[in-house]
Design a protein around this ligand. Sequence first.
Ligand code: 7TS
Length: 425
Amino acid sequence: MRPANEIVTSEPVVESRLHKTFDVRKIRKDFPILNQKVDGKPLVYLDNAATSQKPQVVIDAMVKYYLEENSNIHRGVHYLSEKATQSYEAARDKIQKYINASQRQEIIFVRGTTEGVNLVASSYGRSNVKQGDEIIISAMEHHSNIVPWQILCEEKGAKLLIIPMNDAGELLLDEYEKLFNSRTKFIAVNHVSNALGTVNPIKQIITIAHQYGVPVLVDGAQAVPHMRVDVLDLDCDFYVFSGHKMFGPTGVGVLYGKKKFLDAMPPYHGGGDMIKYVTFEKTIYNDLPNKFEAGTPNIAGGVGLGATIDYLNKIDMTAVRAHEHELLEYATQALSSIKGLSIIGTAKEKASVISFVLEDVHPHDIGTILDDDGIAIRTGHHCAQPVMQRFGIPATARASFAMYNTKVEVDALVEGIYRVIEVLT
Ligand code: 7TS
């Protein structure tokens, strides 16, 4: 049994202590899906690292698009096509401003982080990496920032080197620097780890790479939902993220690339919209960003992502970070006091992700029993099997918080874990 009086489950929703203006109750009202019951119990959605929920304004924008504007873009002279094109391209402008890219041509719409990394590995990688060259990634990458580089290395006879991490899940920067030599061609590292929650010192990682003249791709999938990202300030060469993890639609994401790199890169996919002129003998490719956007894109998704940016612009992301940090600390403290529970990933700098294992209990069983209480977490290897291998475990249970989560929900998670222990041990 859990010790009495440790956590009060009926505690009212608490506003951030540091930022009085951040009202989580108000934020929750924007997300209609949160207001539902699972088997008669309030839904507690703690699987935000897998995908986040969507505010009503984003859903409305996509419905409005289909109701009033649906048409193909960049090709029609008619009213609807022009309207759809305007909405889609306005979303690109919003994203450019949101991440502080210097030009709109540097914003390429992709399906998500996975496609963004594949695009760069395939296009930049194939034309710049040769036999004997080396690519550096980190020990805490999602499979989508490992496998595309492995495919490239296999094809070219290049080598993949790994930045190691310590037992807390922090990258060892001294070791990182030792990996550089004249064969180093590219660095690909995540900003925030989905399996451990570590926030990497990405600016320092980029600065070191640039001292050796090597470009850097940052996988920002888990960073953009939690913090404001400024690509100019980071000076990253590529930055990729998914709409669906930042309260936007699925099937749309962004590849930011410095124009000098994107200009020099060959197309990724061939097809409509990425060309200026086609003959059977030769094709002239379109300018940026169209060169990398072959075929009819996810137009409604792009429009929805634009609405997501409008929504996020109205929210103080510093307050969000403070709120999430409070949730993380609260949950870390409560979970650490559970006998037999170990947190995997204890870096000093963490985003609101807690991976944990429970002695003698399979993570999958934790997830299933919590689901009976209406609590959604993810269990498994989180598409980061090398992280599991590093910690000598097959899987973890993972609770990941977003700005709309509350301490009451953390309490529910803790109660649920005590129930798991009661049922299974
Ligand atoms: N990079 C990181 C750091 C991720 O967390 C994910 C998805 C991806 C890349 C791939 O993103 P996608 O939108 O292209 O699929 N991570 C997870 C997760 O942690 N649970 O489900 C998906």
